[in-house]
Design a protein around this ligand. Structure first.
Ligand code: HEM
Length: 403
């Protein structure tokens, strides 16, 4: 490929695109404009390289459903959002950034753990954890930070249980996850956090060899197919993906409902809507807000464009989820809408492995929170809420609430 093809036109949109000015629940204005005017458009990344932004629901599904678009981040030209993101892939390989058959072989080792039936059976346990956290949060208090007291500990406790990771170590892995997901981390910081997490999980895998339990890490050890370091890398993916995503969806969903009091009232009045409401919140908020990356392995026609072999693509699942052709009045939050066609969990073979778990956690978190705190409100002016523009996973850094 020539240098000219690797660079975008001078007026191309830079990604990650800034959300300001605009509604903090909506995709960045630049992405929305691109989706309206040119659904497949050229953009510039942090290192000056170019990639394609794919913004419509149909085109996002086409790209993510086509194995000729590779998820293998080792291919030259793969679109990384930051130098840190490139560092993560350079230092350890996980199946989210591999193609089949390797991807399928590794993912298959985990499918039974995240099957709907298996995860649905965890409902009573997740409900108990949610209730315990809310008991502790509300005891003798009338305000708290929802992120630290509820939204973050709930999925962290659950993924620790599933993996067999001691929850006492949560500050250690939450801080490393934060560094891995920050768009501002330097490659050195990312590498250090990554190494520390993998070392920690390698030691854990070794310990499970001596003293097995029924967690995922222990069972991967017992299979005898993977080296401890590979189990640790897989554990790192699950640990980070398993708590940051659901935590941010919980806090951002709470804020979105507080900002849409008619929708909150409807959900309170009809709690049976919660399953659909969670799908709608996933669609409306799409916290994987900077695109799902792929690279073309041959020349491929998508919509009216030909994407050339070696060109990077970011599938903007946030704008796909606001595609008015699929979701009428797409920019509105409607807890009673059928949002099941959303692509917040991705699409195709890499579609989120943890989605049944995320659904159970979110349904329980939202339902329990609004049922137990009928007077739930923000404890600070809305303008003071710190949104996570600086993170790969969107949400809020904190959410001061009162009841
Ligand atoms: C993949 C979103 C929760 C584990 C993905 C992808 C998205 C996503 C968009 C596709 C990435 C791609 O195609 O490149 C979310 C959201 C969540 C969530 C929005 C919560 C609201 C979870 C949880 C886990 C998890 C709770 C549990 C461990 C994974 C894994 C993959 C993945 C392992 C890689 C799957 C593969 O490559 O085959 N997720 N996720 N996620 N997610 Fe999630």
């Amino acid at each position: 490929m020539t240098t000219a093809e690797r660079t975008a036109p001078p007026d191309a949109l830079s990604v990650p695109a800034s959300r300001a000015p605009g509604c903090p629940f909506d995709p960045a204005p630049g992405i929305t404009d691109a989706a309206r005017t040119e659904p497949i458009t050229r953009a510039t990344l942090w290192d000056g390289s170019a990639c394609w932004l794919v913004t419509s629901h149909q085109d996002v599904r086409t790209v993510l459903g086509d194995p000729r678009f590779s998820a293998d981040a080792h291919r030259p030209g793969f679109p990384f959002l930051t130098a840190g993101a490139r560092e993560i892939v350079g230092t350890s390989r996980t199946f989210i950034r591999m193609d089949d058959p390797d991807h399928a072989r590794l993912r298959r080792m985990l499918t039974a753990d995240f099957m709907v039936k298996k995860v649905e059976a965890m409902r009573p346990e997740v409900q108990q954890l949610a209730d315990d956290l809310l008991d502790r949060m509300t005891a003798g208090r009338t305000s708290a930070d929802l992120v630290t007291d509820f939204a973050l500990p709930l999925p962290s406790l659950v993924i620790c249980l599933l993996l067999g990771v001691p929850y006492e170590d949560h500050e250690f892995f939450q801080e490393r996850s934060r560094i891995l997901l920050s768009l501002r981390s330097t490659p050195e910081e990312v590498r250090a956090s990554q190494d520390e997490l993998v070392e920690y999980l390698t030691r854990l895998a070794q310990a499970k060899r001596e003293k097995p339990d029924d967690g995922i890490v222990s069972r991967l050890v017992a299979r005898g197919e993977l080296a401890d370091a590979d189990i640790a890398t897989m554990g790192r993916l699950l640990l980070v993906a398993g708590h940051e995503t659901t935590a941010n969806m919980t806090a951002l969903s709470t804020l979105a409902l507080l900002r849409n009091p008619d929708q909150l009232a409807r959900l309170r009045a009809e709690p049976a809507l919660v399953k659909g409401a969670v799908e709608e919140l996933l669609r409306y908020l799409t916290i994987v807000h900077n695109g799902v990356p792929r690279i073309a392995t041959e020349d491929i026609v998508v919509g009216e464009r030909t994407i050339r072999a070696g060109e990077g693509v970011l599938c903007m699942i946030n704008s796909a989820n606001r595609d008015a052709g699929v979701f009428p009045d797409a920019d509105g939050l409607d807890v009673a809408r059928d949002a099941r066609r959303h692509v917040a969990f991705g699409f195709g073979v890499h579609q989120c492995l943890g989605q049944p778990l995320a659904r159970v956690e979110l349904q329980i978190a939202v339902e329990t929170l609004i049922r137990r705190l009928p007077d739930l409100r923000l404890a600070v002016p809305y303008e003071e809420i710190p949104f996570r523009d600086d993170m790969a996973i969107y949400g809020v850094h904190s959410l001061p609430i009162a009841w």
